[in-house]
Ligand binder design. Structure first.
Ligand code: ADP
Length: 695
């Protein structure tokens, strides 16, 4: 304001004279309005009005001052020039304002004004299009305040007009740019989804063939190279799966597939599978599910597994000392829903505070050196974040650099209506003494996939026939019976769906039902449903993995109608053959499968005795001291470790030991511990025998 004064004083003489005249006018006007006011008050009023006049002149905004009682409005010259008019061209009445309003904005602006005058909204601030003399439209931001009498009735209102046309245009451009970017992004997501899907098919050959090659006689160098090849192929497939998931989520095509499942089973299986990595790094690895969590739930256990595998995988990856624990508890519940709270705690490197939010964004890693040192793409947590949101939960992290991190997530699940059929914990599967050999037909047009599937199953002791297309499959089924059919879905000519439909039609007269398993690289939503709807019994995704293949195919062994020849586990390099009733202490094939690396297997065998002894001694000590929780802890550690070696019997005994310790039955625990010691001794010997140098 003072600048304006100085500026005004420096103006030319005629201007100065003009201003003095104006000031006198203002003074007179004030005197007229307030004839009895003391001279001092009149001067103050005049000064204030002058300040207002200066402000009006000093701004490019248009000023308006509306005498509500008379309907007269003062529009400052910039108010008028903003829309292309000279001062004299527009009349100083309210209608001038109203007439310039865009017809589409008129009612909204009037309503806002009325609401403000009636005291329904605290501020008058509104944007609208205003007609310019050139016929075009300007965007105006109008703001104002009313003066009210002692009854609250407004009698005067003044304010400003600001031309915001440029900002509005910029906003519109931004909106358009965003729309364009969004459509480009969804095109990108669709492209990524298709591409990663297409790459999965040839990966079938790469992974399958390297698995097969690994099972043959190889020199040490060849084996080493091949193991590296297999590792690279596995991580490439993992990456493809991540990209596929991420692009599905981005494209809004990710949906949950809810059904009943056993939470304990999920957590135990994951812990066993992940335990191997923890064990390799000598980390303590524990999990606990609160007793109030219902054992059976309704939800997408596949996606839950994915989240857990990701978080536990990270926890193990970023921890070098100490351990990882998983804890599941009840967050809240209603009659038909439960909200569970999962906690994955580690004693690892931790995460700096400024990264704790952004690691949940795609492609973000807590430090740039991470991907070089630890690998990974930064997609895992972004996927977890979105999956958790689909499960109506949220994910967050607490962390202390150098001390460790705790990842939390909540997720909602449905309750089951019936009573729980399966026992809660721990799950003990019956031990398999022998596996039935099955007659399997593989229907597949791709040569590589044929060989991969056939060799895997043959090595496992099954008898495999091949059909190169749907037609051949139907013919073979007319003449022979199979225990299971692996059916490629996409084949030229008669495709998998059609072939299945025809086989099912023929079966109506024979009353038979051959299990048909769909094989497809299609990992898109709805495929599974489509396969089942076509009359297929199960579904397996390519690339085929031996463990999954065996599980899917062999589930039909018991149901099949052909006579079965019991064959012992093929385990080529297994120790001295055991009598059929007593299975070998460990399953070499499974051990190899889960370890995936000959060198690592040897390392694990070398440390077995020492580690087993350590935990057994701990358990013994705890038993002597009658400390059931410590017995449980050592038995639990043993269990995790035994899972790594695919030592089923020892694993079962340690599970039972856990149960007894948990229940506080120390007498039973002692009996089991004695058994476990014997079994571990046998296992140690068997492991050494299988990995004797030179074998
Ligand atoms: P990736 O592990 O593939 O890089 P994620 O999205 O799973 O991708 O994780 C993103 C980043 O978050 C990691 O690179 C790492 O920097 C950090 N991070 C995740 N989990 C942990 C953890 N348990 N401890 C320390 N840092 C972690």
């Amino acid at each position: 304001m003072s600048e304006n004064h100085e500026h005004a004083a420096g103006d030319s003489v005629p201007e100065l004279k003009q201003r003095i005249r104006e000031l006198e006018d203002v003074l007179n006007a004030c005197r007229l309005r307030q004839p009895d006011a003391p001279a001092e008050a009149v001067r103050e009023l005049a000064e204030s009005e002058e300040r207002f006049a200066l402000a009006v002149r000093g701004t490019s905004d248009g000023i308006w001052d509306w005498d509500i009682r008379t309907g007269k409005v003062f529009f400052s010259p910039p108010w008028k020039s903003m829309i292309g008019y000279e001062d004299a061209e527009l009349e100083n009445v309210f209608a001038t304002f109203e007439n310039q309003l865009h017809p589409e904005d008129h009612d909204r602006v009037m309503a806002t004004l009325n609401d403000y005058l009636a005291g329904r909204i605290p501020r008058y601030s509104v944007e609208f299009r205003f007609r310019h003399k050139d016929g075009g439209w300007r965007w105006i931001l109008a703001r104002g305040r009313a003066l009210r009498d002692e009854h609250g009735t407004p009698y005067r209102m003044a304010g400003s007009h600001t031309d915001v046309t440029e900002r509005k245009h910029a906003e519109e451009e931004l909106r358009q740019a965003r729309r364009a970017a969004e459509s480009a992004s969804s095109a990108k997501s669709a492209f990524l989804a298709n591409m990663s899907h297409e790459i999965r098919t040839p990966m079938n050959g790469v992974i399958g063939m390297s698995e097969l090659l690994l099972g043959t006689d190889l020199g040490e160098t060849q084996r080493e190279y091949l193991e590296m090849l297999k590792l690279s192929a596995d991580s490439l497939l993992e990456l493809l799966n991540d990209i596929l998931d991420f692009s599905k989520i981005e494209a809004g095509r990710m949906e949950l597939d809810a059904h009943e499942f056993d939470l304990n089973e999920v957590v135990t299986e994951i812990s066993q599978a992940m335990g191997i990595r923890a064990f390799q790094k000598r980390l303590v690895f524990l999990h606990h599910i609160s007793p109030e969590v219902p054992p059976r739930l309704i939800g997408d256990d596949g996606r839950l597994r994915q989240i857990l595998v990701n978080l536990i995988g990270n926890a193990i990856k970023f921890t070098h000392k100490g351990g990882v624990t998983i804890d599941v508890s009840m967050e809240s519940q209603t009659a038909d829903k439960v909200m569970l709270h999962f906690k994955i705690n580690d004693t690892g490197i931790g995460i700096a505070e400024d990264m704790r939010e952004s690691i949940f964004e795609a492609f973000t890693q807590a430090e740039t050196s991470t991907s070089r040192r630890y690998g990974g793409t930064g997609l895992g947590l972004a996927i977890c974040h979105d999956l958790v949101a689909l499960m109506q939960g949220r994910i967050w992290v607490e962390s202390q650099p150098g001390t460790g991190s705790t990842f939390h997530f909540t997720a909602a699940f449905g309750r089951t209506s019936g009573v729980s059929l399966k026992p809660r914990s721990p799950r003990i599967k019956p031990l398999l003494t022998a596996r039935a050999s099955m007659k399997v037909l593989i229907v597949e047009d791709g040569h590589v996939s044929q060989i991969v599937g056939a060799r895997m199953l043959e090595k496992r002791g099954h008898v495999v026939s091949l059909a190169a297309n749907g037609r051949e499959a139907i013919d073979r089924c007319d003449k022979e019976t199979f225990d299971a059919i692996l059916m490629d879905v996409h084949m030229p000519g008669i495709n998998g769906y059609e072939a299945t439909a025809r086989i099912r039609k023929t079966e109506k007269s024979t009353g038979r039902h051959v299990p048909i398993i769909a094989m497809t690289a299609n990992a898109m939503k709805g495929d599974r449903e489509r396969c089942l709807a076509a009359g297929m019994d199960d579904y397996i995704a390519k690339p085929l993995r031996s463990a999954e293949l065996f599980q899917v195919v062999e589930q039909f062994a018991a149901r099949s109608s052909t006579p079965q020849n019991a064959t012992a586990s093929p385990a080529p390099a297994s120790p001295a053959p055991q009598p059929q009733i007593e299975p070998p202490p460990f399953d070499l094939a499974e051990f190899r499968e889960s370890t995936g690396d000959e060198k690592l297997m040897r390392k694990l065998v070398a440390i077995f005795a020492e580690d087993a002894q350590k935990y057994l001694r701990k358990a013994e000590k705890a038993l002597t001291a009658r400390k059931a929780p410590q017995v449980y802890e050592s038995a639990h550690s043993l269990k995790g470790m035994l899972g790594v070696y695919a030592a089923r019997k020892a694993l079962t005994i340690s599970s039972e030991l856990c149960e007894y310790a948990h229940a506080g039955d120390l007498k039973g625990a002692q009996l089991l511990l004695d058994q476990l010691k014997k079994e571990c001794a046998l296992l140690g010997a068997a492991l050494l025998a299988a990995f004797e140098p030179g074998i």
